[in-house]
Design a protein around this ligand. Structure first.
Ligand SMILES: [Zn+2]
Ligand SMILES: [Zn+2]
Ligand SMILES: [Zn+2]
Length: 365
């Protein structure tokens, strides 16, 4: 684990868990993203899709990166994203590095914090430190204020001008004085105290807070490593085309696939006519096509025939009404992978069917 900061890393992300890629045999090992919650994965996808690899401690002050993210996801919430980053680093999916502790505003996490003292009695910030002075020559002790005469110090007891500060009385010289203590005094209420209240003000949001409420911890810098980044970037590695002229039905199928697809590996597209479907298929060479036989322009079997010519190993699943069983069997002979009678039960099995077709296993719905 390399450190991105000059300071030694306090915390390092664990190695990301790796599982076998069961989708494509012989493919590279991949990171198991299924341990992420759906919102975490969505945050990760949002970052990767916007080209964000590194989340610096001041990330949310960088208006450009955040502006782009907010355009992509208007509901983006800084706190939520940070929570997800923390959680994902805990799961070893992303790496984290931490600086030495820095004082932070509990409200906005700002780091430009001013420290000031306030009066224990009246809360006024006009609190000044004052010294207690002794004039060893005459033995008088008093406050700095009592000794001050203009810029100089004069003993109020014996009137001697005091010019030399000493720490120990090794000589009883007349002009020597020493500081024997200090206290704080409130200008407003004249209250004297040995220790004033310590309070902080955030220069960013103006929040005033007591030191017990402040946050004093290292700033975190998150990094999405190359393996995870590439895996997210290439997550839509299964292209699915739903060819269905009845839009609500297409939406339901797309929705079911999306819900089933916890790893976001399916990229689903829609076509409402046969010609549109063939055009899109020619361009994208989808892995799986869900094909309704009754389309407004050309017959579904023609679409099937064209697609099998363009990409013989494409999995084409025929959607058919109850009366089309024979046609469906015919479609199977033409190279369709499966046919589905349009019932609620059968449609619900489509995502699982796609998974099975892709894994190359034989079976029926
Ligand atoms: Zn004196
Ligand atoms: Zn006061
Ligand atoms: Zn603040």
């Amino acid at each position: 684990m390399r450190s991105w900061f000059a300071q030694p890393a306090k915390e390092a992300g664990a190695m990301a868990p790796v599982i076998d890629d069961d989708l494509h045999e012989g493919a590279q090992k991949k990171v198991d993203l299924s341990i992420l919650s759906e919102p975490e994965l969505n945050s990760l996808i949002l970052l990767v899709d916007n080209g964000v690899r590194i989340i610096e401690p001041n990330f949310f002050k960088d208006s450009k990166a955040v502006k782009e993210l907010k355009m992509a996801s208007p509901s983006l919430n800084e706190h939520t994203l940070l929570t997800h980053l923390k959680s994902m680093s805990g799961k070893g999916i992303i790496d984290v590095d931490t600086t030495d502790p820095v004082l932070q505003c509990p409200q906005c996490r700002g780091q430009d914090i001013r420290i000031h003292f306030s009066c224990q009695k009246c809360g006024s910030k006009k609190v000044h430190k004052s010294m207690i002075i002794e004039h060893p020559f005459c033995g008088f002790k008093g406050t700095q204020k009592e000794f001050l005469s203009g810029e100089d110090l004069t003993c109020p007891n014996c009137g001697t001008d005091l010019t030399q500060r000493v720490d120990q009385i090794d000589s009883n010289h007349e002009e020597y004085y020493r500081v024997i203590g200090s206290f704080f005094e409130c200008e407003s209420c004249k209250h004297k105290m040995s220790r004033p209240e310590i309070a902080f003000t955030c220069s960013n949001c103006g929040n005033q807070f007591m030191y017990v409420d402040s946050i004093y911890e290292g700033l975190k810098k998150y990094l999405i490593n190359d393996d995870v980044y590439d895996q997210i970037l290439n997550r839509n590695n299964v292209k699915v085309l739903i060819v269905e002229d009845f839009e609500p039905e297409a939406d339901v199928i797309g929705y079911l696939i999306d819900c089933y697809d916890s790893e976001k590996k399916f990229k689903v597209e829609y076509a409402s006519t046969g010609n549109q479907a063939i055009m899109m298929f020619r361009r994208e060479l989808h892995d799986v096509v869900i094909l309704d036989l009754t389309l407004p322009d050309i017959y579904g079997l023609e679409v099937l025939e064209d697609m099998k010519k363009i990409k013989p190993d494409a999995h084409i699943v025929i959607l058919t009404g109850h009366d089309d069983r024979e046609t469906a069997v015919h479609a199977m002979k033409m190279g369709a992978s499966e046919y589905i009678i349009k019932t609620s039960e059968a449609i619900q099995k489509i995502p699982k069917l796609i998974e099975r077709l892709l894994s190359g296993k034989k079976g029926t719905t």
